[in-house]
Write a protein that binds this ligand. Structure first.
Ligand SMILES: [Ca+2]
Ligand SMILES: [Ca+2]
Length: 352
């Protein structure tokens, strides 16, 4: 072989090697690129995960701060309500035209607090259904009337009495002629799927009535539910200046029905129009005396209502509700307070 052809041969040989070297470098660069991309993807995923966790933690921290702020604002709202009650200008009467009955609103940098004050004496105190005096019949009648007005069975009345009274004798109310007239004691509650004893003591909270035979969540809650008409905190008297239509009608009807001899006397049935008239009258001119009812009833009926002793013109137990929202956190505080002259004490507190 000549030198020329040897060189050509070598060149050819070298020429054949070159693409192999170039291919290896390209493959290595590709590998580096893929590795880099994978690392970038992993780092991005880690960054996103870390960022999400940090956002969650920041959000949780913010909610905790907002929750504390909302609690403080709501408690401030209750204190505002207490101050309003202390400043009530007329302690002889409590009516819906007074300052305490108007909804208040406080505005802060962090949120708004809405304050509402209601009169517990506008409701029927169930614990007096077991009163050991002549008014017991009257109070039972008052509850029967309420049952009529809000569509509940009379049988809840003996059941409430049995829940409260200390004995284990089932109450039978002979005045109930439609539906069941018997109450329930521990024997009944022991047979429930989740048994519990009959309390045999006064109610401590209004919610407790849902444990009593015949009272369900459905007839407790809602616009016409029992919760709107009953209390466990008052002295048993109904404030004629603040009671709602159902309680007002039930109480007036009970006073008239219970005082007469039903065998010989026709009991006057109160219609809704008179109740509406009374409610309109009292806004501008609250009752200072029950004798003012002569605007609406004959003298003998006014005498029955006054003599029954179920009504008052003022109250000493109020419910203050304060609601607020800070960020996404909503708070509601309910305080039931007792006022004696200008001294106000909290008897019940609920926060949610
Ligand atoms: Ca007042
Ligand atoms: Ca009992």
């Amino acid at each position: 072989m000549s030198n020329k052809s040897k060189i050509r041969s070598q060149n050819t040989k070298n020429h054949n090697i070159q693409p192999v070297i170039l291919g290896s470098q390209s493959c290595r660069k590709g590998m580096v690129l893929i590795f880099t991309l994978i690392m970038l993807a992993v780092l991005s995923a880690l960054t996103i995960n870390l960022s999400t966790k940090m956002n969650q933690e920041i959000s949780l921290l913010q909610n905790s701060i907002d929750s504390l702020k909302a609690s403080a604002l709501a408690k401030g709202g209750i204190n505002y309500g207490i101050a309003v009650l202390k400043n009530d200008e007329d302690l002889k009467i409590d009516g819906l035209g007074e300052d305490w009955a108007k909804q208040g609103e406080l505005t802060f940098d962090d949120g708004i607090v809405k304050i509402n004050i209601g009169d517990e004496s506008g409701k029927i105190n169930l614990n007096y259904l077991n009163a050991r005096n002549e008014r017991k019949t009257l109070r039972i009648e008052q509850m029967f009337e309420l049952c009529d007005n809000i569509g509940l069975e009379y049988s809840i009345v003996p059941a409430i009495i049995d829940w409260i009274d200390a004995d284990d004798e089932v109450t039978v109310l002979s005045s109930v002629t439609v539906g069941e007239n018997k109450g329930a004691e521990s024997d009944y509650y022991a047979e429930l799927p989740l048994p519990y004893p009959c309390k045999n003591a006064p109610l401590d909270t209004v919610e407790e009535v849902m444990m009593i035979k015949g009272i369900t969540k459905e007839n407790y809650n809602g616009d016409t539910g029992l919760v709107n008409f009953i209390t466990v905190f008052t002295n048993g008297k109904i404030n004629i200046n603040t009671a709602g239509k159902e309680v007002l009608k039930s109480t007036i009807q009970a006073c008239i029905s219970s005082s007469g001899d039903k065998g010989t006397e026709t009991v006057e049935i109160i219609d809704d129009a008179i109740i509406t008239d009374i409610m309109e009258y009292r806004i501008g001119s609250p009752f200072y005396e029950l004798s003012e009812l002569k605007e609406f009833f004959p003298e003998d009926v006014v005498g029955k209502i006054s003599g029954a002793g179920l009504f008052d013109v003022k109250s000493n137990i109020f419910t203050i509700t304060a609601q607020t929202k800070v960020g996404k956190i909503e708070k509601k505080v309910i305080a039931i307070v007792e006022r004696n002259q200008s001294d106000v004490k909290v008897k019940f507190w609920k926060e949610n």
